[in-house]
Write a protein that binds this ligand. Structure first.
Ligand SMILES: [Zn+2]
Length: 108
């Protein structure tokens, strides 16, 4: 879910038009594949530089194709900061093996 302060942005005509035209451009390039795994069709337009209350009104960040990437849901959920479990607890790439040592969580 979008953060409360970001909702007016995500509901704005400017963002919707930007997102749709970015997706259309990607469809023209490679059929709209996820730019991360390139095996699934992308469904989410992701901001590479994460939006903050400070930059959300900066069109060079919020509405610029250079800062956008088309992700499939799995890849998007894998992004740092977007990966929350059903209880809203942030999950990280770090997991623990049987002996309690931190290990890299395998990508989905
Ligand atoms: Zn993907």
């Amino acid at each position: 879910m979008a953060k409360e302060w970001a909702k007016p942005f995500y509901n704005s005509k400017a963002w919707r038009a930007c997102r749709d035209s970015y997706r259309d451009e990607r469809i023209g390039i490679d059929g709209g594949l996820c730019e991360v795994c390139r095996s699934e069709i992308g469904s989410i337009v992701h901001h590479i530089v994460e939006l903050t209350p400070e930059n959300i009104n900066d069109p060079q960040i919020a509405l610029c194709f250079d800062n956008l990437r088309l992700d499939c849901k799995d890849c998007h959920d894998w992004e740092e900061g977007h990966f929350y479990d059903a209880h809203g607890v942030k999950r990280t790439r770090c997991a623990f093996d049987e002996s309690g040592q931190p290990v890299e969580r395998p990508a989905p």
